[in-house]
Design a protein around this ligand. Structure first.
Ligand code: IPM
Ligand code: MG
Length: 360
């Protein structure tokens, strides 16, 4: 019997539409092989939404997302919208989508593929075999804490304020996702904070430590964020699963991503307690190469695989896509960002065609 899924597509800006088009073809091919039907519905978000409606996340886009089984997002933003007031910026739409769907858990894997070891700026022996999952809290912390704003002081000087705050319940729910994630991996969880300075981090550390009692099979450790950044580039293989707050997770996940040398390869998943998750590549909209058929679609395609695995509970389809990506890399196909000597250079479409052929 055919299983069908409603999927909202948010192609967004820059290279978004090209990598999304290729990914839809890949999903359709896998779907037809496994008797899965995907009903795609496209909606506006980001700069395109600002141009069409004046706001980066129109209400009907959020509603369409809510009505679907999963949301596949490409990338948003570009120079054109950078100077707009904050409430109209593409990034504000992304934060509103996360908050609106309650997506408090952001899973960002940084896995180095053996075919791409040379793409890393670090030595082979340091990165070979790296397989890290960053679990980033996504709807709290300093991104959303109150008070926030730019206020005028009595002396007429302006004062910018953002507040880093976490409640017990916010720490516990992301902590539980992280422990459960570590259980399914190598059973090691490192919690990252700044408890030597910040009260909010002290509470974070206390709660995560208390949770450990429920997960006897997970080995918990703690690092201060500055040390964690250093350890990530010194000896990344010491990490299995990392759990941290919104801001530290933003920074550390970029660093972890770059260990692999190819941010164009990395997918991510943002999940809530229930309802649809959002799946998107870690990279941005790359406006400098938009529309030139140069973009690497693999992070988007791997995001679709993550959607199938974590959002739609279709591990067989996810495995198929991941195997196809592996195969085209083995065959030597490379987009510009991961090109190396002796490999076959392809564009976005060419890479998509290679994946389709690998699946066939
Ligand atoms: C990310 C991005 C976003 C963030 C920006 C675009 C708002 O850097 O997803 O990591 O800071 O969360
Ligand atoms: Mg970021």
């Amino acid at each position: 019997m055919t299983q069908s899924f409603r999927i909202t597509l948010l192609p967004g800006d820059g290279i978004g539409p090209e990598i999304m088009a290729v990914t839809v073809e890949v999903m359709n091919q896998v779907g037809s092989q496994l008797d899965l039907e995907f009903n795609f519905q496209e909606a506006l978000m980001g700069g395109v939404a600002i141009d069409a409606t004046g706001t980066p996340l129109p209400a009907d886009t959020l509603e369409t997302c809510r009505q679907s089984d999963a949301v596949l997002l490409a990338a948003i933003g570009g120079y054109k919208w950078d100077a707009l007031p904050r409430h109209q910026r593409p990034e504000t739409g992304l934060l509103a989508l996360r908050a609106g769907l309650g997506l408090f858990a952001n899973l960002r894997p940084a896995t180095i593929l053996p075919q791409l070891v040379e793409a890393s700026s670090l030595k082979r022996e340091v990165v070979e075999g790296v397989d890290i999952m960053v679990v980033r809290e996504l709807t709290g912390g300093i991104y959303f804490g109150e008070p926030k704003g730019i206020f005028e002081t009595e002396t007429g000087e302006k004062r910018g304020v953002s507040t880093m705050a976490y409640k017990d319940s916010e720490i516990d729910r992301i902590g539980r996702v992280a422990f459960a994630t570590a259980q399914k991996r190598q059973g090691r969880l490192c919690s990252v904070d700044k408890a030597n300075v910040l009260e909010v981090s002290q509470l974070w550390r206390d709660r995560i430590t208390a949770l450990a009692a429920d997960y006897g099979d997970v080995e918990l450790s703690h690092l201060y964020v500055d040390n964690a950044a250093m350890q990530l580039v010194r000896w990344p293989k010491q990490f299995d699963t990392i759990v941290t707050g919104n801001l530290f997770g933003d920074i550390l996940s970029d660093a972890a991503a770059m260990l692999t040398g190819s941010i164009g390869m990395l997918p991510s998943a943002s999940l809530g307690a229930d309802g649809p998750g959002v799946f998107e590549p870690v990279h941005g909209s790359a406006p400098d190469i938009a529309g030139q058929d140069q973009a690497n679609p693999l992070a988007q395609i791997l995001s679709a695989a993550m959607m199938l695995r974590y959002g739609l509970n279709q591990p067989v389809a996810a495995d198929k896509i991941e195997a196809a990506v592996n195969q085209v890399l083995d065959q030597g196909y490379r987009t510009g960002d991961i090109m190396a000597e002796g490999m076959t250079g392809v564009g976005c479409r060419g890479m998509g065609d290679a994946i389709l052929k690998a699946l066939a």
